[in-house]
Design a binder for this molecule. Structure first.
Ligand SMILES: [Zn+2]
Length: 443
C-alpha cells in the first residue's frame, strides 16, 4: 500500500484529499460524511482512499467492545444500559479509527452479521451468539466500497443495507437470524466509495439514483495534467519526514474535535443556501445539509470563520451528482432572466470559480479574519448566483465530456445547443407523408 505522504498531490486529486479530510473530521466529531470518488482507471482514487487509513486518528472505546461503544454514549446490547460508573469499572481503551472494506462479492451475512457457528456448535459450551459483520464493526469509523456502481447493479441486498446506514445520521442496521430476536442498532459510519463512470454499468446516478443521493459529496478525480507531475511520480519524489506528515494530520483532526462548535455557518450562508434550494429547484434537501456540514468542518480544519468562499467550494461537490443536465438547463434559463445587464459587471467583479478556489487554497493562513469579513460583505446573493451559473456550466461540460468522449475536440460550452421542440420518436413511428416530399411538392 502506498504511504499517505508519498502520494503526489496535484490539481486533479487535491479535491479528494480536501473532502476526505472533511469526512474524517466529521466521523471523529460524531457526524458521518459520505464521499463518492469518481474517476477513470489510473487516477489513483482508491490508492488515496486506502492511504488515508494511515492518518486516521485514534478513538476511545469501552474496553474490548466489539461494537466500538463510545464510553460517553454506549449503544451495544451489552453496554447500552450501563451507568458511567459501571463503564469506568470495565475501563476505556484507545483503538485506531476503524477502516473496513466491502467488496463487490460481499454477502449480506458478512456485511451485517450472522450466527456464530463456532460458538453455537461448541461441544463443551454451546452458546447462541452473533458474529458481527463489517458494518457494526466499523462503528465510528469508515467503510470503503470500491466499484460502487457494480455493487449497485448486481447486489440489491447490499444496496438496501447501505441505504439504511446512510439514510439518517446516525444510520441504523438490523441483524436478523432465525431463532434470534431482531437486533436493531444505530451505526455511525462514513461510507467512502469509488467508481469509474466510464466502465459498466455506468455512472452511479444512472444505476441507482437513490444511493447516489445518499453521498454527501461526489468528487471527480482527474489524471495529472502537467508533465512535471508525472516526472515527480516516476522519480518517487518523497518527503523526508513521513512521521511528521502523519502526526500533523492526526493532530489537525483532533483539534477539529475540540473546536468544531465555533464554526457554525453564518446566517448569510444559510440564506444563500436556502435561496439556492428554492430558486434552482434542487431536488434533495440533503444537498443543502451536506453543504452546511461541509462548510462547518472545512472552516474548522482551516481555522477560519465560514464565508461565502466556502459555499462556492463545497457546493461543487454537493451538487455534482444531484443536478442533471435538464435541471441545469432550467437553472441556466432562470439565471438568464435574472442576470440582464448586470452580467458583465458582476463577472468582472467575481473571478472564475477555479481562481476563487485556488486563491482560497493558496492563501491559507495568510488571509486575516478582517480580510475574510470584508470579502464576505462584497458577495451578495446576485453575485453568488453569477458564480453558481459558471459552476453549472462546468457541470454541463463535464457531463457532456462523458457522453462525447470520442470527440475530444468538441467543447459543448462553445455551442448554443437548444433542445428539440418535440420529443424524439423512432423512425418507423414517423408519419412519412409529412416528411417525404416529391420534387414537385418541394418546388
Ligand atoms: Zn459496547
Amino acid at each position: 500500500m502506498k504511504k499517505y505522504s508519498h502520494i503526489v498531490r496535484h490539481s486533479g486529486n487535491l479535491p479528494l484529499f480536501d473532502i476526505l479530510d472533511i469526512s474524517v473530521a466529521g466521523t471523529l466529531t460524531g457526524t458521518p460524511v459520505h464521499v463518492h470518488a469518481e474517476g477513470l482507471r489510473g487516477t489513483g482514487k482508491t490508492t488515496i482512499i486506502r492511504a488515508f487509513k494511515e492518518v486516521l486518528p485514534k478513538i476511545n472505546r469501552i474496553r474490548d467492545c466489539l461494537y466500538n461503544c463510545d464510553p460517553e454514549k454506549p449503544h451495544c446490547p451489552q453496554h447500552r444500559n450501563l451507568t458511567p460508573q459501571q463503564v469506568r469499572l470495565i475501563g476505556v481503551e484507545q483503538i485506531d479509527m476503524p477502516f473496513l472494506e466491502i467488496s463487490h462479492s460481499a454477502k449480506k451475512g458478512t456485511v451485517v452479521g450472522s450466527i456464530d457457528l463456532q460458538k453455537i456448535s461448541s461441544k463443551d459450551n454451546p452458546e447462541a451468539a452473533l458474529l458481527l459483520g463489517t458494518i457494526p464493526k466499523a462503528h465510528r469509523g469508515i467503510i470503503f466500497v470500491d466499484e460502487i456502481n457494480r455493487i449497485a447493479d448486481t447486489s440489491p441486498e447490499i444496496v438496501d443495507l447501505l441505504l439504511d446506514v446512510m439514510g439518517t445520521k446516525p444510520g441504523r442496521i438490523q441483524i436478523e437470524e432465525a431463532g434470534f430476536p431482531v437486533l436493531e442498532m444505530p451505526v455511525q459510519v462514513s461510507i467512502w466509495a469509488a467508481s469509474n463512470p466510464d466502465e459498466e454499468p455506468g455512472p452511479l446516478e444512472d444505476v441507482r439514483r437513490q444511493l447516489s443521493d445518499r453521498f454527501d459529496f461526489a468528487v471527480r478525480v482527474e489524471r495529472p495534467a502537467n508533465p512535471w507531475i508525472i516526472k515527480k511520480i516516476i522519480g518517487g519524489d518523497t518527503p523526508a519526514h513521513d512521521n511528521d506528515v502523519v502526526s500533523k494530520k492526526r493532530m489537525q483532526f483532533l483539534e477539529v474535535q475540540k473546536t468544531i462548535h465555533q464554526f457554525e455557518p453564518t446566517e448569510d450562508i444559510i440564506n444563500i443556501l436556502s435561496s439556492m434550494y428554492v430558486d434552482f429547484g434542487i431536488e434533495s434537501l440533503r444537498c443543502i445539509e451536506a453543504c452546511l456540514l461541509g462548510i462547518k468542518i472545512r472552516s474548522a480544519l482551516l481555522k477560519q470563520k465560514p464565508t461565502t468562499d466556502d459555499v462556492v467550494y463545497i457546493s461543487k461537490f454537493a451538487l455534482r451528482h444531484r443536478v442533471n443536465i435538464k435541471e441545469l438547463n432550467s437553472i441556466l434559463t432562470n439565471l438568464e432572466k435574472r442576470q440582464s445587464s448586470k452580467e458583465e459587471v458582476t463577472s468582472k467583479a467575481n473571478p472564475p470559480i477555479e481562481q476563487t478556489c485556488k486563491a482560497k487554497n493558496t492563501s491559507k493562513g495568510v488571509k486575516t479574519l478582517k480580510d475574510k469579513n470584508q470579502n464576505a460583505s462584497t458577495y451578495n446573493l446576485e453575485s453568488f448566483k453569477n458564480i453558481f451559473q459558471r459552476l453549472a456550466e462546468n457541470f454541463k461540460s463535464s457531463k457532456s465530456e462523458r457522453t462525447n468522449r470520442s470527440t475530444s475536440n468538441f467543447h459543448s460550452e462553445n455551442y448554443n445547443v437548444k433542445a428539440p421542440p418535440k420529443k424524439a420518436v423512432p423512425i418507423d413511428k414517423l408519419d412519412l407523408t409529412e416528411y417525404v416530399k416529391t420534387e414537385e411538392e418541394l418546388i
